[in-house]
Design a protein around this ligand. Sequence first.
Ligand code: BGC
Length: 469
Amino acid sequence: MFPRDFAWGAATSAYQIEGGWQADGKGPSIWDTFCHEKRGVHGGQNGDVSCNSYELWEKDLECIQQLGLTHYRLSLSWARLLPDGTTRNVNRRGVQYYNRVIDDLLACNVSPMVTLYHFDLPQAIQDLGGWKSPGVATLFDSYAKFCFQTFGDRVKLWITINEPHVCAKLGHEDGIHAPGLKEKGTAAYLVGHNMLRAHASAWHSYDSAYRATQKGAVSLALNSDWLEPLDPGCREDVESAERDLAFTLGWFAWPVFVTGDYPEIMRSAVETQSKALGYRGDFRLPTFSKDDPPILGTADFFALNNYTSRKVKSGGCGEQTLSMKRDLDAEELLDPSWPICGVSWLAVVPHGLRKLLKYIKDVFNNPAIYITENGFAQVGPLQTEDVERCNFYKSTILEVAKAIEEDGVDVRGYFAWSLMDNFEWADGFSVRFGLFHVDFSDAELRRTIYRSGREYAKIISEYKSRRLT
Ligand code: BGC
């Protein structure tokens, strides 16, 4: 059911697993600051140590091998490589660490997929205005070029930015992620815009200077729930679901894959709400400048992070002042028949992923798709025999197979989130997404495979053996 060279992977990110927050010359990132200033992370926890992958990388590699992964998705810590964010000051120990990780993976026949940015901006760049400042795109481009130059002889799959939607909204509108800003209805659009500019610059740098020799592929990872109208017979609900998809996935995918600009429904919604509150229509969602590298076409594949689904109903936001919620003017609901797994936002809807894959095929010109994150959370008492998570993976992978076989979607790979339990952002260590359990109370941070890890390994090995026949 899966193509011969299908990528079977698992994913992690630097801040969530590495620890070593100031080891060997690493600079601080906005997540170090956010956690240390106790800005709302569960239990005042932080990623200072986390899974300590900075020192225990060989343990992670054992887990990767035990699962039989063909691919491993990791992110680089910008501040570990470039402590002040600029290439003026390179931390050689950081370079050594990632060289070792990449070389070890390749020696075990595992291909790395490397994300340049997974939520952890160097604090030094935040101090210059962070993602709100237009200059960040140039700094990101220099960092990206440094990484292509240093690791690109061995890394063939690159993600520039992970989930610009989450960084923009949770970090700058809702304030529940670093840097903790709550500038409603304005900052997130600016941040998203600069992230797109940064991504496009890096893609063009790769295209012009590295692609010919390194022969890799570059994209950005976009997150979206599957969003469908609460009442498919109600025009307002249908339009609201379309608008919601435009504000979530379309915000970034439309410029990159379709037109080089934001979706028209998003532009007009933001304009309408600006005018309704007495502002100029064009004051919030920026326009792409001719001086910037073009955005359209800057992805060699579609990288999708998907966890869940929502039903969408029109109106009902009731916000009186500028906000993204007011712009969206729609309400997201859970279908009572969907089981909730652990965290309140994570309803288990495997068929939603299939629908979203088909939607991407139809709307974004049938791209090659990697599912770069998908997973199931556990909270409360530890269950190492995590039967529900096993069922989740089995039914989700079946839906992916149906998308490939029956809907003709070009899916090239599937990365489970996550290789092991780790620091789950604002939820700290209270939410566990791992295929391996990590005992955070144990000095050695022992990793133990969950039943779901064994199940995933079995699925992978079945497909690998079919590939050989
Ligand atoms: C992020 C991961 C996170 C996961 C589960 C994604 O939004 O990329 O870093 O741990 O979702 O919440």
